[in-house]
Write a protein that binds this ligand. Sequence first.
Ligand code: SAM
Length: 481
Amino acid sequence: MNFHILTLFPDMVMQGLSTSIIGKAKENGLISVEAINIRDFTENKHKKVDDYPYGGGAGMLMQAQPVYDAWKSVADKIGRKPRTVYLTPQGQTFSQPMAKELAKEEDLVLLCGHYEGIDERVLEEIVTDYMSIGDYVLTGGELPAMVMVDSISRMVPGVLTNEESGSTESFEGNLLEYPQYSRPEVWMGKVVPEVLLSGNEKNIRTWRKEAAIARTKERRPDMYAKYEALDQCRQVLMKQKLHHMDMIELIARGQAELIYADGATVCLYDNVSGVYFHTTDGYEKGCLGMEKIKEYAQNHGGIDTLYCIALHQEDMCEVAQEVLGVSPFITCKMAVYTKKEKLPITGLYTTNGKTPEGMVEIRRIGVEYAKEAAAFYDGPDGADYVREHLEEFGLYGAFLEEKLVGYIGRHPEGGMGILQVSPEYRRRKIAKALETYMINLSLEIGHIPFAQVVVGNERSVALQESLGLCFAKNLIYWMEK
Ligand code: SAM
């Protein structure tokens, strides 16, 4: 991902972003950061970039011409109008979901203001998003730009060494993180909570969850209210746990926005994938839920942005068609790995670069494998999906003597999938190795592994059964525009 920072103080941002994790990410080519000095583009012979505001008032304003020309130099270089964020106290408050969303961009321009701000006319011309880092006024946009580069970069695949470690932090699952302790066990008479020394993973998980809830309730009542509302939905969904595992995990992973809930009707929006989810136990209530989804989409970018919805009852398909204008895409069976224990890996795969007889090496892959991966993709989403997925999220590839022979991933809305094995390497337990890897990885980060199998894909059904996944009785109906 490439950051282009338009600023009057390029040294300040470049120095601020040169150390530690962000510095390493730059060295490893995972991100690039350039600072463009707006002053270099002024047509004023004294290198002036500011002037008095018309109508009077305190302070100076950055002029339109140098800002526009600096921006245009970036746009010309990358060959299109880039997403451009103006850092301003008048913007939407920057948040973790926004960091995740922006991390999907290939190029991002961050425009830093100074003095009293920037001439409105150039902002109208180039800015796509207005963002603030909080309700206070700073002297310039450089610190906010650095804050944003730091948090967005952490969401770029591969930047964090433990690539999944972002998923247990504050704000995930609408909870702040639990308190943490390191050595020594006793410091200034204060003792580390006993449970953390017990080695009992289940008790540690329970303690951490309770501590996170208590901390959120005390420090961020606004966030706790959202957590509580979603937790009530989760309890409703748990009554048909297998069938609703997609929605349950959406809530657990902190991706869900609650649109509507009424008894057994729950409607959610996934703020990672942009997919809508709907379930109900009655026709009338289900219809009301569908109307609420329409209303939500209308208020969040317009009905045209609604491109996909997952329904949990067949009689809702016609309703969705009528209300939302979507058509049937695929019907799936939900398969859930309900056990807590990891699966054995002996004889299946390694992760250390070696491939003993009959085993593959599995490792994370990025867009550099787009061509090889697309060459043997035959799933329902089209080969472009593989490239996009590699770009945005990465996949896990199986290798034999450095040749990519299969891969698996996680759909942005949470299910394991995109499982493919090159035809000439089938019947060698490679699919089993890949899914075992994915299940174990999911368990490590506290996810419940699940997969949706397209009805009729008996090879996949057999694989899920052989790995011990349980199937829900009812189906999921995917509708698309
Ligand atoms: N007169 C402006 C106003 O009242 O909205 C404030 C200008 S401020 C002194 C100068 C620059 O600092 C802004 O153009 C903006 O780029 C940056 N800035 C200040 N506070 C910020 C915040 N909370 N978030 C993001 N950028 C901020």
